[in-house]
Design a protein around this ligand. Structure first.
Ligand code: FEO
Length: 396
C-alpha cells in the first residue's frame, strides 16, 4: 500500500493492525499502530524513515513498486529506534552507498543496532538539504524521546515530519485526523504522550517554543505513527503544550490491589467520600493486577490526585501495584497529590510503604493514610469515607 498525500509526497509505510504491545510488553496498543515512511520527490528523491524490521521485505518490495530504488538520492533517519530504522539494513543492501542523513547521536545508535558503516551525513538544527525547488530543514529534538531524535521540515509543501512526536499507536486506513473518530484519536494521542513523553515534558515545552519561533508555516504534520494532522495541524501542538505543562483534569484516580476484596472495599468507600464532598470530580478506580498498565498510567497522567491501596503481604505490598508505582517514579509526574490505604492482618506495613513510594515518585502526600485490620469494619469504612472527603476538600 502506498498513497500520495501531496503531489510530491507519497506515504510508503506499513499499517500494523495486529500490534497489541510495544516496547516489548511495556505499552499496550489496543488499536494497532502504523510505521509511517514518506517518499519526497523533487529534482532529488528522498526517503524519510523506514518501518519496523519484521516488515522489512514487504517494505522494500512495496517501495520498488513506487520507485526504482536507485533513484533514491537521500535517506533521512529521523530516529534510530528499530520501529523506524528496522528496514534500513534490507534497503541498504539494495542501495548501499546512498547517503543517510541523521544526527550525530543517530549514527551511534544506528551503528550500535546494525553494525554497518553506511554513508552517514551528520546534520544539526538549521542545516538544510536542497532537493531542487524545495529544501528539507533539520531540527534536532534530543530526548524526544531518544538522544538521536530529529524532525525535518519540507519547504514549499510546509510539512513537518515529526517522527514520534505528535504520533499515536492507532491503525486506520483513513490516515488523516479529520477522517477518524476524534475520541479514539485523542485517547491514543494522550496515552502515547503519558506513557512515553511525560519524563521529557520540559523539553517538549521548550522544543515547541523553539519550533514556533522559527515561524515556519505548517500545513501538515506527518508523524511516524498513526494518522497525519492535516486539518488544523497545530491543534496537536497546542495539546502537547497543555500536556507538557503539569497537565491535569478534574479527576482523582484510585489504584489498588486486593487479595480478598478488603482493600477494594476501602477503595470504594474512599470514592464514596470523594463523591459526597465534590460531585463534579471524575473518580476512576483500577484494580492494578486486572487493568492494563499503560491505560492506568494514562489515567494517572490525567489525575490531580492519586490514591494507592494494597494489603500488607509478607511485610510488603502486592506486586502489580508495586510495578505501577515504579513506573510512576520513572515517568516523573509533577503536581499531583496522593495518599495510601490498605488492609492488614498482622505486621501492617503496606500504607507506610505505599506512602514512601508515592513520595519517591514525586507526589505530594496530603494524608497519613488509612489502615484497616482484617476485613474493614464500619469504623474503617467511615475512615475511608473521611479520607475521600478530606482529599476532595484539599483539591477544591
Ligand atoms: Fe516510534 Fe521511538 O520509536
Amino acid at each position: 500500500m502506498a498513497f500520495k498525500i501531496r503531489d510530491s509526497i507519497t506515504w510508503v509505510g506499513k499499517i500494523d493492525w495486529e500490534l497489541r504491545s510495544f516496547h516489548g510488553e511495556e505499552l499496550s496498543t489496543h488499536r494497532g499502530s502504523s510505521y509511517n515512511s514518506y517518499l519526497v520527490r523533487d529534482e532529488k528523491t528522498v526517503l524519510i524513515d523506514t518501518v519496523w524490521g519484521p516488515f522489512n521485505r514487504e517494505f522494500v518490495r512495496n517501495l520498488k513498486q513506487v520507485i526504482d530504488l536507485k533513484k533514491i538520492d537521500f535517506i533521512i533517519a529521523n530516529h534510530a529506534e528499530t520501529d523506524h530504522s528496522g528496514s534500513l539494513p534490507e534497503l541498504m543492501r539494495e542501495i548501499p552507498g546512498t547517503p543517510v542523513y541523521c544526527t550525530a547521536n543517530a549514527v551511534k545508535s544506528l551503528r550500535g543496532h546494525y553494525h554497518e558503516d553506511w554513508n552517514f551525513n551528520v546534520v544539526k538544527t538549521g542545516d538544510k538539504l536542497n532537493i531542487g525547488s524545495k529544501e528539507l530543514i533539520f531540527i534536532e529534538a534530543p530526548m524526544l524521546h531518544w538522544p538521536d531524535s530529529m524532525f525535518c521540515y519540507l519547504t514549499g509543501d510546509n510539512v513537518l515530519f515529526s517522527n514520534d512526536a505528535f504520533g499515536q499507536h492507532y491503525s486506520s486506513e483513513r490516515m488523516y485526523n479529520d477522517l477518524v473518530d476524534q475520541c479514539e484519536l485523542f485517547q491514543e494521542a494522550i496515552k502515547y504522550y503519558a506513557n512515553i513523553l511525560t519524563p521529557f515534558s520540559m523539553l517538549v515545552g521548550n522544543k515547541i517554543k523553539e519550533v514556533v519561533g522559527l515561524k515556519l508555516p505548517v500545513d501538515m504534520i506527518c508523524p511516524s505513527h498513526g494518522i497525519m494532522w492535516r486539518k488544523d495541524p497545530l491543534q496537536i501542538v497546542n495539546k502537547y503544550s497543555e500536556w507538557a505543562n503539569n497537565y491535569q483534569e478534574n479527576q482523582i484516580t484510585i489504584i489498588y490491589d486486593s487479595m480478598w476484596n478488603g482493600t477494594r472495599r476501602m477503595a470504594e468507600a474512599i470514592a464514596e467520600g470523594i463523591k459526597s464532598a465534590d460531585s463534579s470530580v471524575a473518580i476512576k478506580l483500577f484494580h492494578a493486577a486486572r487493568s492494563d498498565k499503560a491505560d492506568v498510567i494514562t489515567e494517572i497522567f490525567k489525575a490531580k490526585a492519586v490514591l494507592a491501596g494494597s494489603p500488607t503481604v509478607n511485610r510488603g505490598i502486592l506486586s502489580a501495584i508495586a510495578g505501577i508505582l515504579e513506573e510512576m517514579k520513572g515517568l516523573g509526574f509533577k503536581n499531583k497529590k496522593a495518599a495510601a490505604f490498605g488492609t492488614y492482618g498482622w505486621s501492617g506495613e503496606s500504607v507506610k510503604i505505599l506512602t514512601e513510594k508515592l513520595k519517591d515518585a514525586g507526589l505530594e502526600i496530603i494524608h497519613d493514610g488509612v489502615r484497616a485490620n482484617w476485613n474493614p469494619d464500619k469504623a474503617s469504612i467511615d475512615a475511608c469515607i473521611s479520607l475521600g472527603k478530606e482529599v476532595a476538600g484539599k483539591l477544591k
